[in-house]
Structure formats: C-alpha cells, structure tokens
Design a protein around this ligand. Structure first.
Ligand SMILES: Nc1ncnc2c1ncn2[C@@H]1O[C@H](COP(=O)(O)OP(=O)(O)OP(=O)(O)O)[C@@H](O)[C@H]1O
Ligand SMILES: [Mg+2]
Length: 424
C-alpha cells in the first residue's frame, strides 16, 4: 500500500548532491499526495572546498553550492513561479556515516499491529541513541520483525500478537562532518528537511525492484570516496565506504607520469583501463609535461605504463571493499549481485576487475525510471542526485525527524533537529 507523503502537492522541492568533484542541484515539483516529484530544473558545477567527501573550505563550498542552486533556479524559473521552495534533501557522503543496529520492543495495540506501534518502536530506538551517543541520525530503517518471538515477518501491519520486536538499522552521522555539510547549504537560503547517505540514494535510483528485494550491493565509485549500500527485502541493511575514488587514481597518474592533475585526468578518461591487455605495450600515448603545453616537449610512453598505474589502485579499492563486506558479515546469500555506479565506474575494464576481485556478478548501473530526469544527468555520475527525490517523496517513514513528529514527541523531535537549530 502506498503511503501518503508529508509533502504538499504542487510544492517546490530541491535535491542537492555535494560530491568531491561536482555539486548538483535538482529542482522539482510534487505531483501528488504519494510523493511523486517531477524534475523541473537542474544545475551543476565543479566542487570547490570539498575533498574526499569532507568540507575543507567552508566559504568555497558555500559559494559552489549557491552557484549550482542558482543555475537550477534560473532553469526552473517559469515552472516554479509563485511556488516557494520549502523542502530540500541533501546527500551525505558515506564517509561521515556508519550503520548501527538497535533492538526495540513494543506492546501491540488491540486489533493488531498498526503503523503507530511500529513508529513507537522507532521513536524508542531513536531516543536511546540520542540519549547515549553524540551522533546525528540520518536514517531509521526497520530491518526485521518478530511477533511474540516468531521471526521472518517482512511487514507485520495488521497481524495479531502481543509483543512486537524490531531490529532497526540506524544510519548515524559524525556530527562535525555533517554540520559543515549542512552549513555549506545555508547561504543558499534553503532549509534542509532530510539527509540521505549518497550510496543509499544511488541505490534508490539505479537498482531494479528485484535487486532491492532479492539482495544486492550498490557500489558508488566517486572521486574521493567509494561508498556502498547493501539491500535486501526492499530495505537498505548496511552502508560503509572505502576512502578512495577516481581522484586517487588521477593523483597516481599525475605522480607516476610527472604531469599535472588535469593532464592525468585527460589521459585517464581517454586511454585508461582498469585491466591490462596485450595491445597496451604497442599503443603509445603522448604525455604533456607539467607546466609545458608545447607538444614538442611531450613524453611518449606505452599505454601499458598508464594502465600499470591505474590497475593497482583500482584493485586496492575493490580489495578494501571485499574486506569491508567480509568484516560486516555480508554473506553470499545477500550479496551475490553488485551494481556499480559513480563517475569512476565508467573506466573501461572496471566491471571485469570488480567481478574478478569481488567474485560477484557485476553490472554497470545508471539512473532508471526517474521522472523527467534530463538526458545529460542519465549517467552513473548522477546516480546519487537522481535518488534524492525518490527518497524525499517515498521514504518519510525512515527520516528521524518525521518519525519523531509522527510519534508526537516534540521535545525529542527538536533534539533530532538540534543541529539545524544550532546552525540556521
Ligand atoms: N570516463 C571516465 N573514466 C574514468 N573515470 C571517470 C570517467 N568520468 C569520470 N570519471 C571519474 O569519476 C570521478 C567523479 O565521480 P563522481 O562524479 O561520481 O564523484 P563525486 O560524486 O563528485 O565524488 P564523491 O562521491 O567521491 O564525493 C572523478 O574521479 C573522475 O575522474
Ligand atoms: Mg558521489
């Protein structure tokens, strides 16, 4: 059954992905009471002040966010005339987040398990976290239910019993990283309604329903961070990351071939491959020397040298991912299938290397089924931003502040929003 959203039909909403290499803003309009949002404008630009998913220069980051929002506002000016922009959902890099699992038990109301019963359990879990940990709450997702000790229940609504036990997946955030991210949106005069882990949003935009239901791992290879989310039974069960991405590959090339970052980026996208092939030794590529744009002074190196720099770093990323999955107990049963997205996944050979190192069935993904997504955003690099409206529109029951509000525990709700109040 579709749940009604907290968004008002016709209202204007925004989604912002603050990445290490680019900042993207989508503006949308809520189409109906079920949270369908149509994209009516977009803007993006290169990031500034963000490195490896973290704000390192607040003024530069604020400025870059404002510019991306401004471009989107201009593009959507006609469609959104007279509709004030209210709700904004912002991505959070997985490098500021961690998964935590909390149990909660509630008495079942007369007449069977209701949404209110589940919400009471979620409020209880959030309260215990807020009371004991210095963390921001990002997502509160019920992962498993037991009714009077009987497990294997995917949706207990309407079922009869006395005691409902829940295992809840809470995604928590490190306060300082998140507050700085929120602060970078402040100058755009937008109020943040929800935060969403980047790889979760990417999963919402790029996985098909069967992948979310039967079990899969979404890997988002960005510039500074490679994040992942594990899905099963339609829910996100885990998120984690490896602190490396495409920018590390580019840095290795710049150092290895003693050239500039921009030239290394050009060589990577034009001639790069994540796996060596026999023809690489015969193909020669031209490498401009640092600070010298005279082609006469360029070095000529076999392509195998370039691939020989790229492959070890890409392997290292996948090896660390494999270790993280094993550490987190992601078993074969859940994660046989991998979907790769993010700008860095576009490297030729990436799928084969992932398949080899992770020993899993891998496909390359990009956003699917997103209403009115502009063609230029329909690539793996825009997976996160494309999933932010589906999250805002259809996942209010996983948003900590919404859960508190529905539970009518205002003081706690205010506590959840504390970081917003402190900063806005
Ligand atoms: N065709 C390509 N081949 C290889 N790498 C590519 C290609 N196109 C883009 N990239 C790399 O993708 C990376 C950017 O990816 P993306 O836009 O997903 O990052 P981001 O979301 O800004 O960063 P993050 O999520 O890490 O904060 C850059 O390192 C870039 O070099
Ligand atoms: Mg990203």
């Amino acid at each position: 059954m579709k749940q009604k959203t907290f968004l008002n039909k016709g209202s204007a909403v925004a989604a912002i992905d603050i990445g290490s290499s680019k900042i993207v803003c989508l503006l949308g309009q809520v189409q109906d009471e079920f949270g369908h949002i149509e994209i009516v404008g977009h803007g993006y630009r290169a990031s500034e002040g963000i490195k490896n998913g973290t704000v390192i220069d607040l003024a530069a980051a604020e400025n870059a966010v404002r510019e991306a929002v401004h471009v989107a506002e201009n593009a959507a000016a006609d469609r959104l005339k007279g509709y004030p922009l209210r709700d904004v959902v912002v991505s959070v890099s997985a490098c500021h987040c961690y998964s935590s699992f909390i149990e909660a038990t509630v008495d079942v109301s007369a007449g069977g398990v209701s949404r209110k019963d589940i919400n009471r359990g979620l409020v209880k879990a959030q309260r215990s976290v807020l009371d004991t940990q210095d963390a921001e709450l990002i997502h509160t997702i019920p992962a498993a239910f037991w009714l009077d000790g009987n497990g294997g229940i995917s949706d207990p609504i309407g079922m009869n019993g006395e005691e409902l036990n829940m295992n809840i997946h809470m995604v928590m955030g490190n306060p300082s990283g998140i507050r700085n991210l929120a602060q970078s949106v402040k100058r755009s005069h937008l109020d943040i309604s929800a935060l969403c882990v980047d790889s979760y949003a990417s999963g919402l935009s790029c996985l098909v329903d069967d992948e979310k239901d039967l079990g899969s791992i979404l890997i988002d290879m960005g510039a500074g961070v490679t994040s992942f989310s594990v899905f099963q039974a339609g829910r996100m069960l885990l998120t984690d990351y490896v602190p490396m991405g495409g920018a590390h590959v580019t840095n290795d090339i710049a150092q290895g071939l003693t050239t500039s970052f921009a030239e290394a980026e050009r060589l990577k996208t034009l001639y790069g491959n994540a796996m060596a092939s026999s023809s690489d030794t015969h193909d020669m590529i031209e490498v401009m020397q640092m600070g010298d744009d005279n082609e006469m002074h360029a070095n000529h190196v076999p392509r195998s040298v370039l691939v020989g720099i790229i492959q070890p770093r890409m392997e290292e990323i996948f090896e660390q991912l494999r270790a993280k999955l094993a550490d987190n107990g992601v078993t074969e049963a859940i994660g046989r299938r991998v979907v790769l997205v993010g700008g860095a996944s576009q490297m030729p050979g990436c799928r084969d290397l992932a398949n080899y190192v992770l020993d899993k069935q891998v496909r390359l993904g990009k956003p699917i089924g997103i209403q009115a997504l502009p063609k230029e955003l329909n690539t793996p690099a825009f997976a996160t931003v494309a999933g932010l409206f589906p999250y805002l529109g259809s996942h209010a029951n996983e948003m900590p502040a919404e859960i508190m509000e529905r539970g009518d525990t205002r003081s706690l709700w205010q506590k959840t929003k504390l970081w917003l109040q402190e900063n806005w």
